[in-house]
Design a protein around this ligand. Structure first.
Ligand code: GLU
Length: 375
């Protein structure tokens, strides 16, 4: 089986999630600078090979609480937020300093759950992060803990990292934590627990292996890692879980020295895009289609202008719109290849007439099947 194991060396756009327990010393609450420097050396080596790297880092609360005298007890949400506010400055500074040793510029990006779910903000955040990557910077990303209230909070950076990966179409997500992967049972309790080097599919048995979230300030545990795997693999990305405690954990993963669990992508990028269409957009309008088109769509075909009987709302080319039947039933949603104004000119017409009607040759389909998700 080993020949099918993915390789970290193949990553082109990589998200690295770093857990608090790695970055912050449990006793002194200080950032473990030597470890961070070694990690930065790994990142610099990846970047030198042309890999785009974004880091999702935890640790703002763990670092900040010390400086506010909030140690030795469980914190209330507002205290965590206060701790994050002061800790985040120190975190960002530490990353800036350590990567500057390699001439690498960092950029701080703080996100809330809405920034990843709401289309406009999702696209804005995506554009910003992609621009930073294109300019050679390393985005240092964390949840915006100071404003994220409990109901609208990721709370754990495993899922945040997976969402960011989905947002920017990362091909690989690495979760560095204090365990070297997924085991058939909790290895601390069960001597028969077996390590799983590769997980092809997130079956209910795999989900059950995650067990309960652990106590303490690492908010994740295996439960949120499996949830992250669900997001990442559904988006066409590979994910790996590895123990990051050792020095230079990324190069150890590349050479195969470090053990890890790989989760393989569940879908090709096309399906990932469809998931984004289905789940992350607020439709800007709709088109009503005739019965022939209803059948064609159900058979997996694209929506042609000929099948459209009405266009509702104002939308631009590329916007997500609803597709309805004459009876008003929502059949699905997709990205329109034409603006509402152009679509109105095309309705009921054959694709061969498009150029004559609009004065330019656009796509034959109003919604291509690759851009269409049926309900
Ligand atoms: N955003 C939190 C912090 O920086 C960490 C969440 C987590 O532990 O995953 O402290």
């Amino acid at each position: 089986m080993s020949h099918v194991l993915p390789r970290l060396a193949d990553a082109r756009r990589l998200i690295i999630k770093i857990g608090s327990a790695l970055l912050v010393d449990g006793k002194t609450h200080q950032i473990r600078r030597e470890w961070l420097d070694a990690l930065a050396d790994d990142v610099a080596a990846l970047k030198a090979r042309g890999v785009e790297v974004a880091i999702v880092t935890s640790g703002s609360i763990a670092v900040g609480r010390e400086h506010l005298g909030l140690t030795g007890r469980v914190l209330k949400l507002e205290e965590k937020q206060a701790a994050a506010a002061t800790g985040q400055i120190r975190l960002a500074h530490a990353y800036q300093e350590t990567l500057a040793r390699h001439g690498i510029t960092v950029a701080q990006v703080l996100l809330t759950i809405d920034d990843t779910e709401e289309r406009r903000r999702h696209l804005n955040a995506r554009a910003t992060i992609s621009t930073l990557l294109g300019l050679g910077a390393v985005p240092i990303i964390n949840e915006n803990d100071t404003v994220a209230t409990s109901e609208i909070r990721f709370g754990d950076n495993d899922r945040l990292a997976a969402r960011v990966g989905q947002m920017i179409s990362a091909d690989t997500l690495v979760l560095l934590s204090d365990i070297d992967g997924l085991y058939t049972a909790d290895p601390r309790k069960d001597p028969d627990a077996r390590h799983l080097p590769v997980i092809q599919m997130l079956t209910p048995e795999i989900e059950a292996m995650a067990g309960e979230p652990p106590p303490g300030y690492s908010s994740g545990g295996m439960v949120t890692k499996i949830a992250a795997a669900r997001i990442a693999t559904a988006a066409g990305s590979r994910m790996l879980i590895a123990n990051g405690h050792r020095m230079n954990p990324l190069s150890a993963l590349e050479t195969g020295e470090a053990k890890c669990s790989w989760f393989l992508p569940q879908a090709n990028p096309l399906t990932a895009r469809k998931r984004w269409i289905a789940g992350h957009v607020s439709p800007a309008g709709s088109v009503v289609v005739d019965d022939g088109a209803v059948k064609a769509l159900a058979a997996g075909k694209s929506l042609l202008p000929a099948g459209v009987v009405a266009v509702e709302g104002g939308f631009e080319r590329g916007d997500a719109i609803l597709v309805r039947s004459r009876s008003g039933q929502v059949l699905g949603r997709g990205l329109s290849a034409y603006s509402a104004a152009d679509a109105r000119l095309l309705l009921g017409r054959r694709s061969g007439e498009i150029e004559g009607l609009l004065g330019y040759r656009g796509r034959d389909e109003l919604i291509h099947r690759d851009d269409l998700v049926l309900d």
